[in-house]
Design a protein around this ligand. Structure first.
Ligand SMILES: *[C@@H]1O[C@H](CO)[C@@H](O)[C@H](O)[C@H]1NC(C)=O
Length: 433
Protein backbone atom coordinates (compact mmCIF):
# COMPACT_ATOMS: atom_id res chain seq x y z
CA UNK A 1 0.00 0.00 0.00
CA UNK A 2 2.56 2.50 1.16
CA UNK A 3 4.79 1.48 -1.66
CA UNK A 4 2.11 1.99 -4.23
CA UNK A 5 1.06 5.28 -2.79
CA UNK A 6 4.59 6.54 -2.62
CA UNK A 7 5.25 5.39 -6.11
CA UNK A 8 2.21 7.12 -7.37
CA UNK A 9 3.12 10.26 -5.61
CA UNK A 10 6.64 10.02 -6.92
CA UNK A 11 5.35 9.31 -10.40
CA UNK A 12 3.06 12.25 -10.30
CA UNK A 13 5.72 14.51 -9.01
CA UNK A 14 8.55 13.60 -11.34
CA UNK A 15 6.41 13.12 -14.47
CA UNK A 16 4.33 16.25 -13.96
CA UNK A 17 6.42 18.56 -16.15
CA UNK A 18 6.77 15.84 -18.83
CA UNK A 19 3.03 15.32 -18.89
CA UNK A 20 2.39 19.02 -19.17
CA UNK A 21 4.82 19.15 -22.08
CA UNK A 22 3.14 16.17 -23.71
CA UNK A 23 -0.30 17.74 -23.23
CA UNK A 24 0.92 21.00 -24.69
CA UNK A 25 2.40 19.14 -27.66
CA UNK A 26 -0.83 17.26 -28.22
CA UNK A 27 -2.87 20.46 -28.10
CA UNK A 28 -0.55 22.25 -30.48
CA UNK A 29 -0.63 19.41 -32.98
CA UNK A 30 -4.40 19.13 -32.67
CA UNK A 31 -4.78 22.82 -33.46
CA UNK A 32 -2.32 22.46 -36.34
CA UNK A 33 -4.14 19.45 -37.70
CA UNK A 34 -7.49 21.23 -37.45
CA UNK A 35 -6.14 24.29 -39.22
CA UNK A 36 -4.71 22.07 -41.93
CA UNK A 37 -7.97 20.20 -42.32
CA UNK A 38 -9.91 23.44 -42.53
CA UNK A 39 -7.47 24.90 -45.05
CA UNK A 40 -7.61 21.72 -47.07
CA UNK A 41 -11.41 21.82 -47.05
CA UNK A 42 -11.44 25.37 -48.28
CA UNK A 43 -8.96 24.51 -51.00
CA UNK A 44 -10.94 21.51 -52.16
CA UNK A 45 -14.20 23.25 -51.62
CA UNK A 46 -15.79 20.16 -50.14
CA UNK A 47 -18.57 20.17 -47.60
CA UNK A 48 -18.00 20.37 -43.88
CA UNK A 49 -19.26 17.42 -41.86
CA UNK A 50 -22.99 17.95 -41.91
CA UNK A 51 -23.34 16.43 -38.45
CA UNK A 52 -21.61 19.35 -36.79
CA UNK A 53 -23.35 22.72 -36.96
CA UNK A 54 -20.46 24.37 -35.15
CA UNK A 55 -17.85 23.40 -37.72
CA UNK A 56 -20.27 24.36 -40.51
CA UNK A 57 -20.49 27.86 -39.07
CA UNK A 58 -16.72 28.14 -38.71
CA UNK A 59 -16.33 26.98 -42.28
CA UNK A 60 -18.72 29.55 -43.70
CA UNK A 61 -17.33 32.35 -41.55
CA UNK A 62 -13.81 31.49 -42.66
CA UNK A 63 -14.56 31.47 -46.35
CA UNK A 64 -17.15 34.24 -46.55
CA UNK A 65 -17.00 37.54 -44.72
CA UNK A 66 -16.78 37.17 -40.91
CA UNK A 67 -17.92 40.75 -40.41
CA UNK A 68 -21.04 40.45 -42.59
CA UNK A 69 -24.33 40.45 -40.70
CA UNK A 70 -26.98 38.62 -42.67
CA UNK A 71 -30.38 40.28 -42.48
CA UNK A 72 -33.71 39.25 -43.93
CA UNK A 73 -36.72 41.48 -44.62
CA UNK A 74 -39.72 41.30 -42.31
CA UNK A 75 -42.08 38.67 -43.65
CA UNK A 76 -45.80 39.18 -44.30
CA UNK A 77 -48.52 36.55 -43.84
CA UNK A 78 -48.24 35.21 -47.39
CA UNK A 79 -44.48 34.84 -47.12
CA UNK A 80 -44.81 33.06 -43.76
CA UNK A 81 -47.51 30.69 -44.98
CA UNK A 82 -45.48 29.74 -48.06
CA UNK A 83 -42.42 29.11 -45.92
CA UNK A 84 -44.62 26.80 -43.87
CA UNK A 85 -45.56 24.92 -47.04
CA UNK A 86 -41.86 24.53 -47.89
CA UNK A 87 -41.61 22.25 -44.87
CA UNK A 88 -44.16 19.75 -46.21
CA UNK A 89 -42.70 16.40 -47.31
CA UNK A 90 -42.74 15.38 -50.99
CA UNK A 91 -46.09 14.28 -52.47
CA UNK A 92 -46.79 10.99 -54.29
CA UNK A 93 -44.79 8.86 -51.87
CA UNK A 94 -47.78 6.50 -51.89
CA UNK A 95 -47.25 5.92 -55.62
CA UNK A 96 -43.44 6.04 -55.51
CA UNK A 97 -42.36 4.99 -52.02
CA UNK A 98 -38.63 5.07 -52.71
CA UNK A 99 -36.12 6.77 -54.98
CA UNK A 100 -33.73 4.74 -57.16
CA UNK A 101 -30.26 4.21 -55.71
CA UNK A 102 -28.24 6.39 -58.09
CA UNK A 103 -30.96 8.83 -59.00
CA UNK A 104 -30.32 12.40 -60.11
CA UNK A 105 -32.66 14.87 -58.48
CA UNK A 106 -34.35 17.47 -60.66
CA UNK A 107 -35.09 21.07 -59.76
CA UNK A 108 -37.51 22.97 -61.96
CA UNK A 109 -37.59 26.71 -61.27
CA UNK A 110 -40.58 28.69 -62.42
CA UNK A 111 -42.21 32.10 -62.30
CA UNK A 112 -45.60 32.69 -63.93
CA UNK A 113 -46.09 31.21 -67.39
CA UNK A 114 -48.72 28.48 -66.86
CA UNK A 115 -49.04 27.68 -70.58
CA UNK A 116 -45.33 27.00 -70.73
CA UNK A 117 -45.27 25.09 -67.47
CA UNK A 118 -48.09 22.89 -68.67
CA UNK A 119 -45.99 21.84 -71.65
CA UNK A 120 -42.87 21.25 -69.56
CA UNK A 121 -44.81 19.06 -67.16
CA UNK A 122 -46.33 17.09 -70.03
CA UNK A 123 -42.88 16.50 -71.53
CA UNK A 124 -41.48 15.50 -68.14
CA UNK A 125 -44.22 12.91 -67.74
CA UNK A 126 -42.87 11.16 -70.86
CA UNK A 127 -39.24 11.13 -69.74
CA UNK A 128 -37.90 7.61 -69.37
CA UNK A 129 -36.83 7.09 -65.74
CA UNK A 130 -38.66 10.10 -64.29
CA UNK A 131 -40.48 7.90 -61.74
CA UNK A 132 -37.11 7.00 -60.18
CA UNK A 133 -36.39 10.48 -58.92
CA UNK A 134 -37.63 13.45 -56.92
CA UNK A 135 -38.79 16.57 -58.74
CA UNK A 136 -38.46 19.79 -56.77
CA UNK A 137 -40.35 22.77 -58.13
CA UNK A 138 -39.15 26.16 -56.94
CA UNK A 139 -41.67 28.97 -57.37
CA UNK A 140 -40.82 32.66 -57.67
CA UNK A 141 -43.99 34.27 -56.36
CA UNK A 142 -47.34 32.63 -55.67
CA UNK A 143 -49.62 32.01 -58.67
CA UNK A 144 -52.58 29.66 -58.26
CA UNK A 145 -52.50 28.32 -61.81
CA UNK A 146 -48.82 27.44 -61.46
CA UNK A 147 -49.51 25.80 -58.11
CA UNK A 148 -52.40 23.77 -59.58
CA UNK A 149 -50.33 22.42 -62.47
CA UNK A 150 -47.68 21.13 -60.08
CA UNK A 151 -50.25 19.70 -57.68
CA UNK A 152 -51.62 17.68 -60.61
CA UNK A 153 -48.35 15.77 -61.14
CA UNK A 154 -48.63 12.00 -60.56
CA UNK A 155 -45.59 10.64 -62.41
CA UNK A 156 -42.94 10.98 -59.67
CA UNK A 157 -42.34 12.29 -56.16
CA UNK A 158 -42.81 16.07 -56.11
CA UNK A 159 -41.82 18.71 -53.62
CA UNK A 160 -42.82 22.35 -54.01
CA UNK A 161 -40.89 25.24 -52.53
CA UNK A 162 -41.69 28.94 -52.70
CA UNK A 163 -39.04 31.66 -52.44
CA UNK A 164 -40.26 33.37 -49.26
CA UNK A 165 -38.46 36.64 -50.06
CA UNK A 166 -39.58 36.89 -53.67
CA UNK A 167 -40.27 40.54 -54.63
CA UNK A 168 -43.59 39.23 -56.02
CA UNK A 169 -44.80 38.49 -52.47
CA UNK A 170 -44.20 42.03 -51.17
CA UNK A 171 -46.56 44.56 -52.78
CA UNK A 172 -45.46 47.55 -50.70
CA UNK A 173 -42.17 46.81 -49.02
CA UNK A 174 -38.69 45.54 -49.87
CA UNK A 175 -37.89 43.23 -51.70
CA UNK A 176 -40.96 44.61 -53.50
CA UNK A 177 -41.39 48.34 -54.04
CA UNK A 178 -41.43 50.52 -50.91
CA UNK A 179 -43.29 53.85 -50.80
CA UNK A 180 -40.12 55.97 -50.62
CA UNK A 181 -38.19 54.12 -53.35
CA UNK A 182 -36.65 55.93 -56.31
CA UNK A 183 -37.67 54.73 -59.77
CA UNK A 184 -35.81 54.60 -63.07
CA UNK A 185 -33.39 57.55 -63.22
CA UNK A 186 -34.89 59.55 -60.33
CA UNK A 187 -32.54 61.95 -58.61
CA UNK A 188 -32.65 60.93 -54.89
CA UNK A 189 -32.03 64.51 -53.72
CA UNK A 190 -34.68 66.12 -55.94
CA UNK A 191 -37.25 63.41 -55.36
CA UNK A 192 -36.28 62.76 -51.76
CA UNK A 193 -36.36 59.01 -52.42
CA UNK A 194 -34.16 56.10 -51.45
CA UNK A 195 -32.10 53.60 -53.41
CA UNK A 196 -28.71 53.26 -55.11
CA UNK A 197 -28.45 53.41 -58.87
CA UNK A 198 -26.65 50.84 -61.01
CA UNK A 199 -23.63 51.72 -63.16
CA UNK A 200 -25.98 53.14 -65.81
CA UNK A 201 -27.86 55.44 -63.43
CA UNK A 202 -30.99 53.29 -63.03
CA UNK A 203 -32.70 52.46 -59.77
CA UNK A 204 -33.78 48.94 -58.86
CA UNK A 205 -36.86 47.33 -60.29
CA UNK A 206 -38.35 44.48 -58.20
CA UNK A 207 -39.49 42.61 -61.32
CA UNK A 208 -36.03 42.72 -62.82
CA UNK A 209 -34.11 41.64 -59.71
CA UNK A 210 -36.47 38.80 -58.83
CA UNK A 211 -34.92 36.20 -61.12
CA UNK A 212 -31.39 36.46 -59.77
CA UNK A 213 -32.71 36.48 -56.20
CA UNK A 214 -34.79 33.40 -56.90
CA UNK A 215 -31.93 31.47 -58.50
CA UNK A 216 -29.56 32.21 -55.64
CA UNK A 217 -32.12 31.48 -52.90
CA UNK A 218 -33.05 28.24 -54.67
CA UNK A 219 -29.42 27.10 -54.99
CA UNK A 220 -28.70 27.79 -51.33
CA UNK A 221 -31.95 26.16 -50.24
CA UNK A 222 -31.58 23.04 -52.34
CA UNK A 223 -27.94 22.35 -51.47
CA UNK A 224 -27.84 23.52 -47.87
CA UNK A 225 -31.38 23.90 -46.59
CA UNK A 226 -33.90 21.22 -47.55
CA UNK A 227 -33.85 17.95 -45.59
CA UNK A 228 -34.61 16.14 -48.88
CA UNK A 229 -31.40 17.36 -50.52
CA UNK A 230 -28.95 18.86 -48.05
CA UNK A 231 -27.18 15.55 -47.45
CA UNK A 232 -27.53 14.35 -51.04
CA UNK A 233 -24.19 13.68 -52.65
CA UNK A 234 -25.22 13.00 -56.23
CA UNK A 235 -25.90 15.38 -59.08
CA UNK A 236 -28.85 17.74 -59.26
CA UNK A 237 -30.29 18.80 -62.62
CA UNK A 238 -31.71 22.31 -63.02
CA UNK A 239 -34.35 23.17 -65.61
CA UNK A 240 -36.73 26.08 -66.24
CA UNK A 241 -40.38 26.55 -67.14
CA UNK A 242 -39.52 27.15 -70.82
CA UNK A 243 -37.36 24.07 -71.36
CA UNK A 244 -38.84 21.24 -73.40
CA UNK A 245 -37.43 18.01 -72.00
CA UNK A 246 -37.06 15.13 -74.44
CA UNK A 247 -37.92 11.55 -73.46
CA UNK A 248 -34.26 10.45 -73.38
CA UNK A 249 -33.09 13.32 -71.17
CA UNK A 250 -32.83 11.38 -67.91
CA UNK A 251 -31.06 8.33 -69.37
CA UNK A 252 -28.62 10.58 -71.27
CA UNK A 253 -28.04 12.53 -68.09
CA UNK A 254 -27.26 9.39 -66.10
CA UNK A 255 -24.75 8.25 -68.69
CA UNK A 256 -23.08 11.67 -68.91
CA UNK A 257 -22.70 11.82 -65.13
CA UNK A 258 -21.21 8.33 -65.15
CA UNK A 259 -18.80 9.15 -67.99
CA UNK A 260 -17.71 12.57 -66.73
CA UNK A 261 -14.90 11.53 -64.32
CA UNK A 262 -13.33 9.24 -66.92
CA UNK A 263 -13.95 11.11 -70.16
CA UNK A 264 -13.65 14.68 -68.98
CA UNK A 265 -11.99 15.13 -65.57
CA UNK A 266 -11.79 18.88 -66.27
CA UNK A 267 -15.57 19.11 -66.64
CA UNK A 268 -17.47 20.68 -63.73
CA UNK A 269 -20.92 19.78 -64.93
CA UNK A 270 -23.00 18.07 -67.58
CA UNK A 271 -25.51 19.75 -69.89
CA UNK A 272 -28.57 18.51 -71.74
CA UNK A 273 -28.23 21.14 -74.46
CA UNK A 274 -25.52 23.16 -76.23
CA UNK A 275 -24.54 26.49 -74.66
CA UNK A 276 -25.75 28.10 -77.88
CA UNK A 277 -29.47 27.99 -77.06
CA UNK A 278 -30.46 28.04 -80.73
CA UNK A 279 -28.49 24.89 -81.56
CA UNK A 280 -29.79 21.35 -81.24
CA UNK A 281 -26.27 20.00 -81.39
CA UNK A 282 -23.81 18.80 -84.01
CA UNK A 283 -25.09 15.28 -84.47
CA UNK A 284 -21.52 13.94 -84.40
CA UNK A 285 -20.47 10.52 -83.06
CA UNK A 286 -18.70 12.28 -80.22
CA UNK A 287 -19.18 13.80 -76.81
CA UNK A 288 -18.76 17.55 -76.53
CA UNK A 289 -17.02 19.54 -73.79
CA UNK A 290 -17.71 23.24 -73.93
CA UNK A 291 -18.46 26.18 -71.67
CA UNK A 292 -21.32 25.82 -69.19
CA UNK A 293 -24.73 26.28 -70.74
CA UNK A 294 -27.89 27.49 -69.00
CA UNK A 295 -30.28 24.82 -70.29
CA UNK A 296 -30.47 21.58 -68.31
CA UNK A 297 -27.26 21.78 -66.32
CA UNK A 298 -26.35 19.32 -63.56
CA UNK A 299 -23.52 19.36 -61.04
CA UNK A 300 -22.69 18.00 -57.61
CA UNK A 301 -22.05 19.38 -54.13
CA UNK A 302 -18.30 19.82 -54.69
CA UNK A 303 -19.07 22.29 -57.45
CA UNK A 304 -21.79 23.98 -55.36
CA UNK A 305 -19.25 24.59 -52.56
CA UNK A 306 -16.97 26.30 -55.07
CA UNK A 307 -19.86 28.46 -56.28
CA UNK A 308 -21.03 29.23 -52.74
CA UNK A 309 -17.54 30.41 -51.80
CA UNK A 310 -17.95 33.13 -54.42
CA UNK A 311 -21.16 34.50 -52.89
CA UNK A 312 -19.69 37.99 -52.58
CA UNK A 313 -18.66 38.09 -56.22
CA UNK A 314 -22.08 36.80 -57.28
CA UNK A 315 -24.03 39.23 -55.10
CA UNK A 316 -21.99 42.37 -55.68
CA UNK A 317 -21.76 42.20 -59.47
CA UNK A 318 -23.91 44.80 -61.21
CA UNK A 319 -25.77 42.38 -63.49
CA UNK A 320 -29.35 41.21 -63.03
CA UNK A 321 -29.03 37.93 -64.96
CA UNK A 322 -27.82 35.04 -62.82
CA UNK A 323 -26.20 33.23 -65.76
CA UNK A 324 -24.27 36.24 -67.06
CA UNK A 325 -23.18 36.88 -63.46
CA UNK A 326 -21.86 33.31 -63.28
CA UNK A 327 -20.00 33.55 -66.61
CA UNK A 328 -18.50 36.95 -65.81
CA UNK A 329 -17.50 36.50 -62.17
CA UNK A 330 -17.90 33.06 -60.59
CA UNK A 331 -16.62 30.66 -63.27
CA UNK A 332 -13.60 32.81 -64.21
CA UNK A 333 -12.61 32.86 -60.52
CA UNK A 334 -12.13 29.08 -60.58
CA UNK A 335 -8.85 29.71 -62.40
CA UNK A 336 -9.41 27.08 -65.11
CA UNK A 337 -11.83 26.88 -68.06
CA UNK A 338 -15.16 25.61 -66.72
CA UNK A 339 -16.13 22.85 -69.12
CA UNK A 340 -19.40 20.99 -69.16
CA UNK A 341 -19.93 17.61 -70.83
CA UNK A 342 -22.85 16.88 -73.16
CA UNK A 343 -24.00 14.72 -76.01
CA UNK A 344 -23.98 16.06 -79.53
CA UNK A 345 -27.77 16.14 -79.81
CA UNK A 346 -29.80 18.19 -77.35
CA UNK A 347 -32.23 16.44 -75.02
CA UNK A 348 -33.60 19.72 -73.69
CA UNK A 349 -34.72 22.61 -75.87
CA UNK A 350 -35.57 26.19 -74.99
CA UNK A 351 -38.90 27.34 -76.44
CA UNK A 352 -40.80 30.58 -76.81
CA UNK A 353 -43.80 32.01 -78.58
CA UNK A 354 -43.87 31.17 -82.30
CA UNK A 355 -42.85 34.00 -84.58
CA UNK A 356 -41.31 36.09 -81.84
CA UNK A 357 -37.71 35.33 -82.74
CA UNK A 358 -36.69 35.84 -86.34
CA UNK A 359 -34.30 33.62 -88.18
CA UNK A 360 -34.68 30.41 -86.22
CA UNK A 361 -34.26 27.16 -88.10
CA UNK A 362 -36.75 24.32 -88.24
CA UNK A 363 -34.96 22.74 -85.27
CA UNK A 364 -36.28 25.33 -82.85
CA UNK A 365 -39.31 24.78 -80.67
CA UNK A 366 -42.13 27.25 -80.21
CA UNK A 367 -45.68 27.32 -78.89
CA UNK A 368 -48.83 28.53 -80.55
CA UNK A 369 -52.25 28.40 -78.82
CA UNK A 370 -50.77 26.34 -76.02
CA UNK A 371 -49.51 23.69 -78.44
CA UNK A 372 -45.86 22.96 -78.96
CA UNK A 373 -44.65 22.97 -82.56
CA UNK A 374 -41.81 20.56 -82.26
CA UNK A 375 -41.09 17.08 -83.60
CA UNK A 376 -39.70 14.41 -81.29
CA UNK A 377 -37.77 11.96 -83.43
CA UNK A 378 -37.01 8.32 -82.74
CA UNK A 379 -33.44 9.14 -81.72
CA UNK A 380 -34.78 11.41 -78.98
CA UNK A 381 -36.71 8.60 -77.31
CA UNK A 382 -33.80 6.45 -76.16
CA UNK A 383 -30.32 7.18 -74.81
CA UNK A 384 -28.40 8.44 -77.84
CA UNK A 385 -24.95 8.80 -76.30
CA UNK A 386 -22.32 6.14 -76.85
CA UNK A 387 -19.94 5.37 -73.97
CA UNK A 388 -17.15 4.61 -76.47
CA UNK A 389 -17.17 8.08 -78.00
CA UNK A 390 -14.25 10.39 -77.40
CA UNK A 391 -14.63 14.00 -76.31
CA UNK A 392 -14.42 16.95 -78.65
CA UNK A 393 -13.41 20.15 -76.85
CA UNK A 394 -14.69 23.57 -77.87
CA UNK A 395 -12.18 25.99 -76.42
CA UNK A 396 -11.96 29.75 -76.91
CA UNK A 397 -15.71 30.18 -77.30
CA UNK A 398 -17.17 33.62 -77.55
CA UNK A 399 -19.64 34.99 -75.02
CA UNK A 400 -19.63 36.55 -71.59
CA UNK A 401 -16.38 36.22 -69.67
CA UNK A 402 -14.22 37.91 -67.03
CA UNK A 403 -13.94 41.61 -67.78
CA UNK A 404 -17.56 42.10 -68.80
CA UNK A 405 -18.88 44.84 -66.56
CA UNK A 406 -22.52 43.76 -66.47
CA UNK A 407 -25.80 44.99 -67.89
CA UNK A 408 -26.66 46.66 -64.59
CA UNK A 409 -29.97 46.44 -62.77
CA UNK A 410 -28.21 45.26 -59.63
CA UNK A 411 -26.85 48.40 -57.98
CA UNK A 412 -29.04 48.69 -54.91
CA UNK A 413 -27.27 47.85 -51.65
CA UNK A 414 -30.43 46.21 -50.31
CA UNK A 415 -30.46 43.65 -53.13
CA UNK A 416 -26.79 42.89 -52.62
CA UNK A 417 -27.31 42.44 -48.90
CA UNK A 418 -30.37 40.20 -49.32
CA UNK A 419 -28.50 38.10 -51.88
CA UNK A 420 -25.48 37.69 -49.62
CA UNK A 421 -27.75 36.89 -46.68
CA UNK A 422 -29.13 33.90 -48.61
CA UNK A 423 -25.61 32.46 -48.58
CA UNK A 424 -25.62 32.52 -44.76
CA UNK A 425 -29.15 31.51 -43.75
CA UNK A 426 -28.51 27.78 -43.59
CA UNK A 427 -25.14 28.09 -41.87
CA UNK A 428 -25.77 30.55 -39.07
CA UNK A 429 -28.42 30.80 -36.45
CA UNK A 430 -30.58 33.69 -37.53
CA UNK A 431 -29.60 36.68 -35.50
CA UNK A 432 -32.81 38.60 -36.12
CA UNK A 433 -35.36 35.99 -35.10
C1 LIG B 1 -18.20 16.34 -58.27
O1 LIG B 1 -17.87 16.77 -59.56
C2 LIG B 1 -16.58 17.29 -59.68
C3 LIG B 1 -16.46 17.85 -61.09
O2 LIG B 1 -16.79 16.88 -62.04
C4 LIG B 1 -15.55 16.20 -59.38
O3 LIG B 1 -14.24 16.72 -59.48
C5 LIG B 1 -15.81 15.69 -57.98
O4 LIG B 1 -14.96 14.62 -57.69
C6 LIG B 1 -17.26 15.27 -57.80
N1 LIG B 1 -17.50 15.03 -56.40
C7 LIG B 1 -18.02 13.90 -55.95
C8 LIG B 1 -18.22 13.84 -54.49
O5 LIG B 1 -18.33 12.99 -56.68
Amino acid sequence: MAFTRRNRFKDGFSNGPKRALLLALISVSAVLALTLILKQRIKLGSAPPSSSIKSGEDYILLQLDPSFKPALPKQNDLSLSLEERNRLPPRNTDLFPSLAKDHIKIVLYVHNRPKYLDIVVRTLSKVDGISETLLIVSHDGYFREMDNIIQGIRFCQVKQIFAPYSPHLFPDSFPGMSPGDCRDKDNPVEKNCQGNTDQYGNHRSPKIVSLKHHWWWMMNTVWDGLPETRNFNGHILFIEEDHFILPNAYRNLQLLVELKPRKCPECYAVNLAPSDVKSRGEGWASLIAEKMGNIGYAFNRTVWRKIHMKAKEFCNFDEYNWDITMWSTVYPSFGKPVYSLRGSRASAVHFGKCGLHQGQGAASACIDDGELKFAVEETDRVCNINADWSVHFFSKQSGYKAGFKGWGGWGDERDRRLCLSFAYIYHLHRSNQ
